[in-house]
Design a protein around this ligand. Sequence first.
Ligand SMILES: Cc1cc2nc3c(=O)[nH]c(=O)nc-3n(C[C@H](O)[C@H](O)[C@H](O)COP(=O)(O)OP(=O)(O)OC[C@H]3O[C@@H](n4cnc5c(N)ncnc54)[C@H](O)[C@@H]3O)c2cc1C
Length: 577
Amino acid sequence: MAERINTDILVIGGSLAGMAAAITAKEADPETEVTVVEKYTAGYAGKANKGAGIMTMLGDAKPEDYVAYHTKYIGDYLNDQEAQLQYAENLNRGVELLDKWSGGKIDKKEDGSFKTLKWLAQVQGKDENGQFIFDEPDHFPWTLVAIDLDFMVNVRKYAQKAGIRFVDRTGVVDLLLAEGKISGAVAYNIDDGSQTVFQAKAVVLATGSQNYRIMPMWSPGRGEGLAAAFRAGAKFRNCEFGSFYNWISLQNFESSMGVEFALYNDKGENVGLAHTQGEHPDVDQNSLAEWYKQTVAGNGPMHYRQQENPLMPYLMTTLACDDYFHRPFADTFWGSLFFNAYSQQTSDEIVPGLIGEFSGLMVDKDMKTTLDGLFAAGDICYGGSAAAGAVPPPPGRVRGSGLAFAQNSGCIAGRSVSDYVKNAPVCTFDEGDVAKIDERFMKPIKQGGSVKVMDFLPKIHRVMQPLENSLYRKEERLLAALTEIEKLQAELETLKAESAHDLFGCNEIQSMLLCAKLFFTTSLHRKESRGWFLREDYPDHSKELTWYTATPTGEGTDFVVAPMKLPIDRYPNKEAE
Ligand SMILES: Cc1cc2nc3c(=O)[nH]c(=O)nc-3n(C[C@H](O)[C@H](O)[C@H](O)COP(=O)(O)OP(=O)(O)OC[C@H]3O[C@@H](n4cnc5c(N)ncnc54)[C@H](O)[C@@H]3O)c2cc1C
């Protein structure tokens, strides 16, 4: 017999966005029952504690200046400037709240104020010794704080004290609808496969983005929440922006920042420097495309001369050094990672590695999805919120925005869902729907397939990873990639499962293929190059500023793509003619 859990609010995903939503909703009304269901163990799971622990803060900058800079140099006018202003206004408060929830894990000065770090300023040129000269570090209208990487354990303790219930090692596979509104979810224990059915007045989805399991540190993002929202009928937006790449050492598989300063082709020519001119707050998409152009021109393999990277001393003395930020756990982790990676490196060959970060679940400024009773927060809806514009989700372009957006959007979702449940009835779903979900999830055990999950996965990687498919795009390549993804969808019946672990693997594969289909299809619709979206066949901006939405038809993984005009007339920052 399946376990049944009734709750007012169900939060799916127990990393930063989910915790922020749960804590905010519980503190808004302590009488409300709030339950967090997490596939692994909340407090340890997710990406929030696997990163560098750098979080954006506004500091003394003005929210309007943040929006103006971001719109012009990062979002490329495709951002919802009102949503982004709300985000900028909340940044400082978000840091204060996270410090409180985590028991003071954000590093501070002796006087108790936050220790802040200005992000790297722009290169102005070189001095007589050939060293890069950077301009003043107050160039960017934001600052950064640093948090130690074990902070989520304390956040969980804080949430538990507030009376929030946790259900760990339980993965949600589908949402339940009743009378046209979201009314719960069906989940399975990841160890023994036992079923839990949640009944809730409202649900917050905070299950992170889709990372296709290519880069090891990004593996928590497997897109099952995105796929569950799609199957329930939720609308998506900006799906074509889910392809962030990092520079990766081919030898140690570690990522590097600032590679464009020291990117060489095999003829010994520096081909990256040209892409460091102008405003580049972070990884430059055109230098990644340059890697592809040089390689197809026969000038590869490509090399990264790390000793020439002017950012390297800076990174080593801030992110991985106790002298700057005092973060014992982060220092040990990053210190040994850098040490192991670079001390044993004998080859400088560099390649782009797909991180992905597909995050197209559409939400409005209140973090409401298009489905009644369904809210979202964090990486799952970073692109779908349109707050950031023509940019893939973190860490692309503004370091620290992943944690900041998760915290920020979680708080907004928590307030919205708390208001919503005050007047929401408990709706009883159809037991037949639970049975149908069970049938779908269990199918790989019964279908008699022979292909293991780990043998299927590389077939997806071969389509997603190539830069010429997922970043520097062209119609014929996009069509070929889409055909390949649809072929793989038809091969799902060959998957084999023998355990709960395998079943989740199969569910993840289905989710990856759905995200890939959304990504390639919407990429075909955007006939321009803008921000992180590059088309070899459409190198310029188009005149119209358009978002593209994808609405499920209810037939399998089919959807309809439609343009959605930006209300640019309402926004303060406009693209020059
Ligand atoms: C290596 C690395 C470095 C980074 N560095 C930084 C940095 O320095 N600064 C910064 O701001 N950002 C950084 N980021 C990004 C940042 O970690 C994310 O933006 C942030 O964690 C997003 O939080 P989230 O709660 O939305 O999603 P996640 O942290 O991805 O959490 C999603 C949670 O949902 C759970 N879940 C997934 N599916 C299900 C399911 N079906 N049922 C139940 N639970 C489910 C997952 O297990 C997970 O716990 C980094 C990320 C990585 C991987």
